[in-house]
Ligand binder design. Sequence first.
Ligand SMILES: N[C@@H](CCC(=O)N[C@@H](CS)C(=O)NCC(=O)O)C(=O)O
Length: 200
Amino acid sequence: MLILHDNVESGNAYKARLLLSLMGKEYKCIQYDVVNGETRTDEFLKKYNKNGRIPVLEFEDGKCLAESNAIIYFLSLGTEYFPNDPWLQAKVMEWMCFEQYSHEPFVAVAKFILTMLPENTPRRAEIPTLHEKGYSALEIMENQLKENNWLVGDHISIADIALYAYTHKAPLGGFDMTRFPAINNWCIQIEALPNYIKMF
Ligand SMILES: N[C@@H](CCC(=O)N[C@@H](CS)C(=O)NCC(=O)O)C(=O)O
């Protein structure tokens, strides 16, 4: 059986959990405490991911794949979650690169600081900058979703799954999502899918 090296609070890991569930695939989860270094042990670095991070998907033959977007890309090949058309495939990649460079480092990190670190952490000073950059990313998504049901083409894809993960938990990072009605409708659409699972 597939094994997901996981953390319940991680939106990156949730991308894989959500896609596996939508696809009706069975898998087992192993949880790691990411704040206290459980993904940085010699064993984890050697066996699962040299970069010391979850998620990692471990296959039946022992091969391991890290990086959430690489994991959902691999799982989606040949399914309805990855388009056949090469242009649309490239557009999916465009949104997934956007997620990693312009969205996750701000929207996810604000949630991490506000929910997983002690209240007196000096990292709270980062919040105004994270909000400024996170709101820019959310505005880009809002503009796309005002005119389209899905981020790419006329069907859900792994681009939607990659961006849904941290976007729907953005209020935990202090983001005011009432500013983004199109994003909220898109979230409702995803939450209505058969086999949808919640993050926590
Ligand atoms: N780019 C990676 C980011 C993975 C990542 O940041 N994982 C965090 C949890 S969300 C982690 O394992 N942190 C533990 C650490 O860095 O020690 C992905 O998309 O999978």
